[in-house]
Design a protein around this ligand. Sequence first.
Ligand SMILES: Nc1ncnc2c1ncn2[C@@H]1O[C@H](COP(=O)(O)OP(=O)(O)OP(=O)(O)O)[C@@H](O)[C@H]1O
Ligand SMILES: [Mg+2]
Length: 139
Amino acid sequence: MLIEEKLPSDPDRAPVFIEAWLRRLRPLGLNDDQVFGLKLCLQEALINAIKHGNKCNKHLAVWVKIAADPRCLAVEITDQGQGFDPGAVPDPTAPENIGKNHGRGIYLIRQTMGAVDFSNGGRTIKMVMPLTGDRSGGH
Ligand SMILES: Nc1ncnc2c1ncn2[C@@H]1O[C@H](COP(=O)(O)OP(=O)(O)OP(=O)(O)O)[C@@H](O)[C@H]1O
Ligand SMILES: [Mg+2]
């Protein structure tokens, strides 16, 4: 299964796109935890691309590619912004950051996905979720 989409840089429209992708991915039979994790990562990565990357500039686009087979699901999100150094992002679990209510998106993605990889100067994030184990529909 392959989903490819070019999105406007409008954070208000992101949730509608995400819901539509999750509906199209339903035949994969993801369990509740997998759907929860995937939705979280799509939200965090897409909002980063729109807000930090494209600065909500409506002349810039975000490209999303979701490729899925029974073994794994790969998501690639690319923006047209300035890029950034993912290695220089502060650790949200460090004592000086623990009370902050931002700076957790990439951390959450790394905790949730099997593999996370930045390329293209930080403008492209690729996340892979393995789909092994019980997929009988959850609890
Ligand atoms: N696509 C991107 N383009 C440019 N900078 C980015 C991009 N994605 C992330 N960043 C930078 O990395 C930082 C950390 O991102 P992260 O998602 O972890 O936290 P946040 O977006 O600041 O806050 P939160 O996601 O918790 O609301 C951002 O503050 C931003 O400086
Ligand atoms: Mg974020």
